[in-house]
Design a binder for this molecule. Structure first.
Ligand code: F6P
Length: 479
């Protein structure tokens, strides 16, 4: 297959795509498992790409040799941007995850705006830009990722770089009315407009951005609006703004879900269910994921539909994340309380309504749960995309799963037609969807899941990558 990119790829993200861990005696490094890493790795190898990011490990790790080992194994180079504890506190836990993250997920009540956090964000973005400036050659495809690094482009411009710069936002972009609550709104929009290509997950995010930029920058001209892109002009520069819904490697999930080890693990899970349906929730610990709301909807379903008693269990896996950010620690406590209360209210001998697990899952165990669960509850209050929804369908090789999906997940744009769409703030509506999924006949399940799987197979992460890169490569194209 011809390469999708003739240039060297320079990827910049907050974290490096490597998991660095300390064993009893030695340190180890292996590639991360996210969809982005999977999609980019072949192109990175082919063109000897470079990935720049924060290693996220302590100072005691032998970083030089670990990064070297990674390069030998993976065929592309990692360049580290080390951060001091105060930078992590203010830039990462502070501005990125206590201001931008809640604001961009429409949760103004969770926002903490602090000048020192904003200043640290700006300074760390400058630090990333300085590393790019050292590493970048002319003709590289320079691609910055996500909300932690929105100002990197403007710092590169201030350093005199005129290279083509691309940016992709993995999380939603809020409405102009929400965005303008940010005390540093003008600086952030100007920062984003320093990129030449800006990608969003959905058409709604792209429109929100264009409207916000036009509201805050009267000198910005909207040159044209096409199906996939809007072209903006700012002075001499033309900026291409598009939407490119990210996805997963469908074939990888589908193949692995059919493997012997996953099949055995799924069989074992099923044996223990004794004829009950399993409803699955898998999320990072995050208040945007709507997990308490989901517990309450399940409680409502048990009240409203007694036929569900003893016949269904919710397995909620919560993956520890950002636990040093206060709102995340509070959420953990709330989930413990809610699960305890609901189980005490409805539980019976040999039936626990909610199995709540707070830890990471091995990949085999994850896919076994995807494959075994008759229902997946993916009900974020807001989400850029939500890849769990896509992973669940790709792993539902028996074609009998029902996806209950929040209308506020980016994935609803592609999967909404064949999933059961819910508003996670509507407890009764979500309870009704749970009952509907539980009672859905096998033929309807099969038809819906077949459609979901074929959509994800067609629009996989490789297509996402190709679309973004080709849009960036062809500077004259505006269609
Ligand atoms: O998609 C949002 C995101 O912040 C990614 O940038 C990141 O890879 C993931 O969630 C996990 O978050 P963190 O790096 O804060 O643990």
């Amino acid at each position: 297959m011809p390469s999708i990119l003739s240039k060297r790829l320079l990827i910049i993200s907050n974290r490096l795509p490597a998991v660095i861990a300390q064993g009893r005696e030695t340190w180890s490094v292996k590639p991360g498992t996210g969809g982005l890493v999977t999609a980019l790795a072949p192109v990175m190898r082919e063109n000897h790409g470079v990935w720049i990011g924060w290693p996220g490990c302590g100072d005691d790790a032998p970083l030089g040799s670990l990064l070297h080992e990674f390069e030998q194994q993976q065929g592309y180079r990692l360049v580290s941007v080390p951060l001091a504890e105060q930078e992590v506190e203010r830039y990462y836990r502070g501005f990125s995850n206590s201001a931008v993250w809640p604001l961009f997920h429409d949760l103004l009540g969770n926002c903490h705006f602090e000048l020192s956090h904003w200043q640290a964000y700006d300074a760390v973005n400058r630090k990333f830009a300085a590393v790019i400036d050292e590493q970048a050659r002319s003709e590289d495809f320079i691609w910055v990722h996500d909300y932690q690094l929105m100002l990197v482009g403007s710092h590169l411009r201030a350093m005199g770089r005129s290279d083509r710069l691309a940016f992709f936002l993995h999380i939603p972009f809020p409405s102009p009315d929400l965005f303008r609550r940010l005390p540093w709104k003008n600086q952030l929009i100007q920062g984003l407009l320093a990129y030449d290509q800006i990608g969003f997950q959905t058409l709604r995010d792209r429109r929100n951005f264009v409207q916000t930029a036009a509201m805050l920058m009267p000198e910005l001209e909207i040159v044209s609006r096409q199906r996939h892109h809007t072209l903006l002009r700012l002075g001499e520069r033309v900026i291409k703004v598009g939407h490119y819904p990210i996805s997963i490697d469908f074939v990888e999930f589908d193949d692995f879900a059919r493997s012997r080890e996953v099949e055995d693990a799924a069989w074992y899970l099923h044996e223990n269910l004794r004829g009950r349906q399993l409803m699955l929730g898998i999320d990072r610990l995050d208040y945007t994921k709507g997990i308490p709301e989901r517990f309450l909807a399940f409680e409502r379903a048990l009240e409203k539909y007694p036929a569900l008693m003893r016949r269904i269990s919710l397995l909620q896996v919560v993956i520890p994340s950002r636990t040093l950010v206060p709102d995340y620690a509070n959420l953990k406590e709330l989930l413990d309380q809610l699960a305890g209360r609901i189980n005490a209210r409805f539980g019976q001998p040999e039936w626990v309504p909610i199995h709540y697990v707070f830890r990471c899952l091995e990949r085999v165990q994850l896919l076994a749960r995807y494959r075994t669960s008759e229902i997946a509850l993916v009900t974020p209050l807001r989400d850029g995309m939500n890849l769990v929804a896509k992973e669940y369908c790709a792993s539902s090789v028996e074609n009998n799963g029902v996806l209950i999906l929040s209308e506020f997940a980016g994935a609803a744009d592609q999967l909404g037609k064949h999933a059961l769409l819910v508003n996670p703030y509507d407890t009764d509506g979500t309870a009704d969807a749970i009952y509907r999924a539980f009672t859905m006949d096998p033929e309807e399940r099969r038809q819906r899941m077949a459609q979901l799987r074929s959509e994800i197979r067609r629009n996989d992460v490789h297509r996402w990558l190709r679309r973004f890169v080709e849009a960036g490569d062809d500077e004259d194209d505006d269609g």
